[in-house]
Design a protein around this ligand. Structure first.
Ligand code: GRG
Length: 292
């Protein structure tokens, strides 16, 4: 059975980079404290790991992959800070500590999220990959994180509260709010090694769509079966906010089966690439079985 210890060295490399390089030369302020508090506060670092492993799969540049993966982690962290705000999910705990707005106040949390989003583009501009691929990295970061991606997913998430959407609507919401950033992570890794090829990028996105749906359904399952200490965030949040989730629609057993079949699909897409990556296969499996 796969577990996360296999990825510990790579997670350390990601955390070391963030610890030593994030927000270089930024002036001390309460907002900088809030940014550091949320960014350097654990997290599984799945997105930068995907960037790193797709970079390895396509013989990319390691340092560039760390920088681009960390840029994406900043965007992910901003989304978590904003997602926890009272006007969104109103959650008090994140990654085992008080949410950013509980620790620093709402205004500072809002600004910390804004600044993390902006800083991500600063870091992405410095990755050292070719100018053409840097342009593409910026394009994909904007596309997958913004109104064509994650933000639109959040719009649907809010719209569907207290409603009973069809399965396709839920899938679309998951695809945008969760799969989009995972797609971005994988494509960024690819761009550290190769000139863009649309067929390859589509196949990478196909993998990340299956991975992301499985990941989000597992998240919904954990929101029901886990506890807040293990998860580092409140459980029962979906019920509290009356959010329609796949699990609430189809029950735990069917949801677990779907996580397994999506994971199998994701791995078969991985196996169709020219190269082979045990780390990607094991990460895909570990995410399907994750406990936090
Ligand atoms: C744009 C305001 C705004 C919010 C973004 C998508 C989203 C909207 C917020 C994120 C909250 C959320 C439930 C996202 C879905 C994806 C997901 C399960 C995120 C949790 O990611 P993990 O498990 O978290 O990788 P860690 O803490 O390990 O990094």
């Amino acid at each position: 059975m796969a577990d996360f210890s296999e990825f510990a060295n790579d997670i350390k490399a990601i955390n070391d980079f963030l610890e030593n390089n994030a927000f270089e030369n930024a002036e001390n302020s309460i907002v900088l404290d809030a940014m550091n508090y949320s960014l350097k506060n654990g997290g599984k670092r799945i997105r930068p790991l995907l960037t790193l492993y797709f970079s390895e799969l396509f013989s990319g540049d390691h340092d560039a992959a760390i920088k681009l993966g960390c840029a994406l982690e900043m965007i992910h962290t901003y989304s978590l800070i904003h997602d926890d705000l009272p006007c969104m999910d109103n959650d008090d705990m994140r990654r085992g500590k008080p949410s950013c707005h509980i620790a620093f106040g709402e205004a500072n949390a809002l600004l910390a999220g804004d600044a993390l989003l902006t800083e991500a583009f600063f870091l992405a501009s410095q990755s050292g990959i070719s100018p053409q691929n840097t342009n593409l990295a910026v394009k994909y970061l904007s596309e997958f994180a913004g109104v064509r991606g994650m933000v639109m997913g959040q719009v649907l998430d809010l719209k569907f509260e207290n409603t009973a959407p069809q399965l396709n609507d839920i899938k679309k919401m998951y695809s945008l709010k969760t799969c989009a950033l995972l797609k971005c992570a994988c494509v960024l890794g690819y761009l550290t090694g190769k000139k863009a090829d649309n067929a390859q990028i589509n196949k990478i996105c196909e993998y990340a769509e299956d991975l992301g749906l499985a990941f989000q359904i597992r998240d919904d399952i954990l929101d029901i079966i886990s506890d807040s200490q293990t998860l580092g965030k409140p459980v029962g949040s979906d019920e509290k906010n009356n959010k329609p989730t796949f699990v609430r629609l189809y029950g735990l057993e069917q949801s677990k089966e779907l996580v397994n079949s999506l994971t199998e699909n994701a791995i078969s897409v991985l196996n169709s690439f020219d190269g082979h990556s045990n780390k990607l296969i094991n990460l895909t499996l570990a995410l399907a079985e994750r406990k936090f």
